[in-house]
Design a protein around this ligand. Sequence first.
Ligand SMILES: Nc1nc2c(ncn2[C@@H]2O[C@H](COP(=O)(O)OP(=O)(O)OP(=O)(O)O)[C@@H](O)[C@H]2O)c(=O)[nH]1
Ligand SMILES: [Mg+2]
Length: 402
Amino acid sequence: MTTEQVYIIQPVFGEDADILHDEAVALIESAGASYLGSMRQTIREINPATFIGEGKLEEIAQELGETKATVLFNGDLSPSQTLNISKALGDRKVIDRTTLILDIFASRAVSSEGKVQVELAQLKYLYPRLRGKGSQLSRLGGGIGTRGPGESKLETDRRHIRARIHALEERLKETEQRRALQTERRKKERVKTIALVGYTNTGKSTLLNAMTGADVFVKNALFATLDPTARAFEIEGVPFLMVDTVGFLQDLPHGLIEAFRSTLESALNCDLALIVCDASGQFGMQLDTTLSTLKDLGFSSPYLIVMNKCDLAEDTRFPKDCVQISAKTGAGLETLKRRIFDALKDEFIKTTLFIPYSEMAAYSATRHLLTERTVIYGDDGAFLEVIIPAIYAEKFKQYAQK
Ligand SMILES: Nc1nc2c(ncn2[C@@H]2O[C@H](COP(=O)(O)OP(=O)(O)OP(=O)(O)O)[C@@H](O)[C@H]2O)c(=O)[nH]1
Ligand SMILES: [Mg+2]
């Protein structure tokens, strides 16, 4: 199959247009298609029928001529606008930004939960758009916007889709309940959790791998990671859990955030978040987008700002108090560990306990609350080097070494 070629129509409203345009090129490549060219248009007034002016559409039609290129409108279109633009461009396939992003998510989803979440977001986006779209969809013949779990169902009737949405929502609810239990258990075990969050392609998975020796998929592409992955690691003998998450993007489709809310929330229910930014990219915009998305998700944990890819950075006007690292070269990782440790150190106590053998049974009933590091058996009892969550310190006071 030949690579799908995509031509971008970039509506220009303000200063962000260049960033959005370049991001669209990266999105197109992440979808496995290739970028053909683009046309910008400053929008003063939205044309309700076709969004951009008809004159501009004619220009584009001429430029594209006989090529089979798909047109990406880098914004959101109503169903009728999509149809009208498609007609004006000689019945060409036209997709909008949300469709493109959903398509990438669909091709990346691995876990069954991820697949359900993406299908749900796709169907919810398509549902109000289905009227009159059946004929257009069947003409598209593959490529962006037709992939993913929802593919074969697009042409079935709306009632069928409504039932499917309902079934998927039920299935997600079950998974959520199961996860809530796991989170509870993790809380009980009191291992401190650190979530990696941030803009897509900033190096979150690379950092997870560097810190924990994990082997998580890393790629120079947008949305390489969909499913949260957790890995254990230690700082100064204290165990931590690091969780990788799906990356954010400016104007991420709302339905998608909704669909991923539960996965994200469990990761965001962390003791500390590392907000990872690309120091060699638009880190100001990345940070703003991440902070506002986190706010929408009701995030309230403490966080550290991490400037990654410092090996490539030219600009050094970074936010105050950030940690500068390179997950690739390893530079700054020791400092990062120290900052993580400092941020969480009030939450646990490292100490040595002495448990007389006569009290071993009583101690055993409570030992699940702490982490034992080393044990030395003496004549009358055991000496234990332990890490105790601060909230349980009282419970073990009686064993504290005098
Ligand atoms: N030069 C340099 N490249 C890096 C560094 N960290 C990550 N990268 C590269 O940046 C790209 C993205 O890395 P990932 O770890 O997949 O990024 P991510 O934040 O997990 O991305 P998504 O899962 O797509 O949101 C890859 O090509 C990495 O090799 C770094 O410190 N320096
Ligand atoms: Mg990743």
